[in-house]
Design a protein around this ligand. Structure first.
Ligand code: PMV
Length: 364
């Protein structure tokens, strides 16, 4: 038998509360309509199943017997470790034995603080549960994806995989995650192209906090209050007020030392072009800024950022979480017929894709 499914999961943006969340204050994290997609083709096998993974964003494709596991790669192709770990976990738990062709691609720039890795892990977990008809809840999918996230990030908060699984907007505080109401806001994201290193900037903030606790502690508290205010304006769609909150939050992020000249520059450009407000998002020190817009000021803000060498991305609030669809299901595959089926189309596109860029680590 052969079955093909495709699953998607949204990425995320931190609206308010980065860094202060580490000190127990609330943060608002929203799903955005830029997604990761995983297509999985399952084929019945009698012997050791074969796992073929193609990741379009990393331009890699590998093909390994399942029994080899993630250890095979050691320090190579580290972006595949979490994916193989998720596959291995589900195969062992459910006693699975079929071969898989997995094709992953993400609309989200990687390493920019937009939760691309969580979206990939969640879309893979959803695709696997769907292709094997497993009765997993969204909670189970989020937990499975969290295992992959831990391999990438060490001790992540779990907010990225939660938002990628459930969609919508979440308030996150001291390990508790609560869904909050959001109007359908629109943002323009500008990526500095400078890779952000979350650990490094969290530790810089710690140093500043230890040097000036009487200044930085109230700053964190003020950030917490801004999140509470933002929650209100996000729910009622008051863009003027929400924008103002983002601007104040940006000032406080500068106070704790995580903004850099390029972020400041892009934020000022967006404000001057008429955005309701703008701030950095995530750890800072690089990564992305965003500007709050609507149809009235979207174009001037977009063009102003573009003129400054940025490729802005327009994103919208995404209320939906992970989803999957069955593309084809052939209960008992007849090799004669398969040439005309969607399977043949998939394999030819796979060959085309991999011919130019394949890093093939095949062992058979
Ligand atoms: O840039 P990101 O998505 O890694 O976000 C970091 C958010 C921080 O508050 C700075 C750190 C954290 O663990 O919450």
């Amino acid at each position: 038998m052969t079955k093909i499914v495709r699953a998607s999961a949204p990425s995320k943006i931190i609206l308010t509360g980065e860094h202060s969340v580490v000190y127990g204050q609330p943060a608002l994290v929203m799903a955005i309509d830029k997604k990761a997609f995983t297509k999985v083709e399952r084929t019945k096998t009698i012997t050791d199943p074969f796992i073929q993974i193609t990741t379009q964003n990393y331009n890699t494709s590998v093909s390994i017997p399942f029994s080899t596991g993630p250890e095979f790669f050691k320090n190579q192709l580290v972006h595949l470790h979490p994916l193989l770990h998720i596959i291995q976990t589900i195969y062992i738990k459910e006693g699975l034995n079929d071969s898989l062709k997995i094709d992953i691609h993400s609309e989200v720039p990687k390493g920019a603080g937009l939760g691309s890795s969580a979206a990939v892990c969640v879309s893979l977990s959803t695709a696997l549960t769907s292709v094997f008809d497993l009765d997993y809840s969204l909670e189970d999918i989020s937990n499975l994806s969290f295992k992959g996230e831990k391999i990438i990030h060490g001790t992540p908060s779990g907010v990225d995989n939660t938002v990628a699984t459930f969609g919508g907007c979440m308030k996150f505080q001291q390990g508790n995650i609560k869904r909050v109401r959001s109007s359908a806001i629109q943002l323009i994201i500008g990526n500095t192209g400078i890779s952000r290193e979350t650990k490094k900037w969290v530790s810089k903030v710690r140093t500043r906090y230890e040097s000036y606790p009487e200044v930085i502690d109230p700053t964190f508290e003020a950030m917490g209050s801004l999140t509470q205010e933002a929650e209100k304006f996000l729910a009622n769609g008051d863009l003027e007020k929400l924008g103002e909150i983002f601007d104040i939050n940006q000032g406080l992020l500068s106070t704790i030392g995580v903004s850099i000249p390029k972020l400041d520059h892009l934020i000022n450009i967006a404000r001057t072009a008429g955005a309701y407000g703008a701030k950095l998002t995530g750890a800072g020190g690089g990564g992305c800024m965003f500007a709050l817009v609507d149809k009235n000021n979207q174009h001037p803000v977009f063009r102003a950022l573009q003129k400054n060498g940025i490729e802005p991305i327009i994103v919208n609030f995404e209320s939906q979480g992970t989803k999957s669809e069955i593309l084809s299901e052939i209960p008992s595959l007849n090799p004669q017929k398969s040439k005309k089926s969607g399977v043949a189309v998939l394999s030819s596109s796979f060959t085309r894709l991999t011919a130019s860029s394949m890093i093939r680590s095949a062992i058979s």
